[in-house]
Design a protein around this ligand. Structure first.
Ligand SMILES: Nc1nc2c(ncn2[C@@H]2O[C@H](COP(=O)(O)OP(=O)(O)OP(=O)(O)O)[C@@H](O)[C@H]2O)c(=O)[nH]1
Ligand SMILES: [Mg+2]
Length: 369
């Protein structure tokens, strides 16, 4: 779009100037009466534009504007302003469409229902290829589907892809479970929630072990929590000590829950220190706790960095702080990892649930336009 300012003695002369310079398709954005300070005489200032890309734009063209030369000056100004506002609103609409087409790359080439479904998936942070795959699958089920059943089909498709790891209270074998993950992701809180639930629902002998003895107060925090919930506790101050504790405890306890220090997945040193504890503990169950508010890119990287720990499943934490899990579930599913638990607050033990694929699928489409 080219925009140009014109000055003329009157509106008629101004219009002629605009048409001569910008052509019949030009639109007037504003016109106002000005005073020349040197001479004290009045003149008209016109701002006009021509849409180079779409010369057939529906915008009001000069040729369409009512004849203004006979109108009193006040009305001419009001008319100019109204046309200006109309033009601005049309420009805004056009920009919104362009923006939407850029953001939702493929929506323009889809039918209205599938375009809406695709937009909802992108709004829920689905990776684009996965969003398109879902749209394709839903259209294969029923090409003429309405929006609401389309959403239900999508949820069923996700639910089928989500793997679930059964909760600890229904596991019958002796278990050494290790909780690992990034700093502050909810390892210690999740461990205590699970310990309390298993204690309430089964008659298993449970031992809580802290290998988080590097951080000041790490082991003490868990020791206090264990005392409150009445579960025996031990602290391991080195990988060797952890091995000794676990080996001895295996005979007396059905379930040994090991808390570890929070790690930065981008630090090789952090990950390798954790590996020393992991190798000594030899857990037969390893939970990776993932904060559900993370982006899919970060989750992908975390899964990659922790993959050396023979992960059994994921504990998806802090869903109460998260708007959608559409971005991260496909990444977890792609890694082939089951989800064991979902945590939804700080209360022990209330704010944890065994993972349910239908509830997870629901949360994947939480954000609506
Ligand atoms: N809102 C919310 N807060 C949670 C949840 N789970 C844990 N938290 C809180 O998150 C904070 C960190 O939780 P911790 O269990 O200490 O996390 P951690 O992974 O053990 O942390 P580090 O040992 O420091 O790496 C605490 O304030 C918890 O109460 C949850 O599901 N929702
Ligand atoms: Mg902790």
């Amino acid at each position: 779009m080219r925009i140009k300012k014109f000055t003329a003695e009157n509106i008629k002369e101004g219009k002629s100037l605009v048409i001569r310079e910008l052509g019949e398709d030009a639109v007037i954005l504003s016109s106002r009466t000005m005073i020349n300070p040197a001479t004290g005489s009045e003149y008209i200032e016109i701002v006009a534009a021509i849409d180079d890309i779409n010369k057939h734009s529906k915008a009001t063209k000069i040729a369409d504007t009512p004849k203004q030369e006979n109108l009193p000056q006040e009305k001419t100004e009001l008319l100019g302003e109204a046309i200006f506002l109309k033009e601005i609103s049309e420009i805004k609409n056009t920009l919104a469409i362009i923006n939407s087409n850029l953001k939702y790359k493929y929506s323009g080439s889809l039918s209205p229902v599938f375009s809406k479904l695709y937009k909802r998936l992108i709004l829920n942070e689905f990776p684009e290829n996965y969003a398109l795959e879902i749209v394709g699958k839903v259209s294969n089920i029923n090409i003429n589907v309405e929006y609401s059943p389309a959403i239900n089909y999508a949820k069923e498709i996700f639910a089928e892809k989500i793997k679930i790891l059964k909760p600890l209270n229904v596991m019958t074998e002796k278990t050494v479970a290790m909780f690992i993950g990034n700093t502050g992701c909810g390892k210690t809180t999740s461990l205590v929630k699970i310990a309390v639930i298993v204690k309430l629902l089964t008659n298993k002998n449970i031992l809580i072990v802290s290998a988080d003895t590097y951080k000041i107060g790490g082991a003490e925090q868990l020791q206090t929590m264990s005392a409150i919930v009445g579960i025996p506790f031990k602290a391991a101050y080195s990988p060797d000590e952890l091995r000794d504790i676990v080996q001895k405890a295996k005979t007396d306890y059905d379930l040994i829950l090991i808390d570890t220090i929070g790690r930065n997945h981008n630090s090789e040193e952090n990950i390798s220190e954790l590996a020393d504890y992991f190798e000594m503990a030899e857990p037969n169950l390893t939970y990776l706790v993932i904060n559900s508010t993370l982006s899919n890119a970060t989750t992908r990287k975390i899964l990659d960095k922790y993959s050396k720990f023979r992960l059994s499943g994921v504990i998806l934490s802090k869903i109460d702080e998260c708007e959608t899990i559409g971005g991260i579930i496909p990444v977890i599913a792609e890694a082939g990892l089951p989800i064991a638990y979902v945590t939804k607050g700080q209360r022990i033990p209330d704010d944890i649930e065994p993972a349910d694929r239908y509830k997870i699928a629901e949360l994947m489409l939480n954000i609506e336009e």
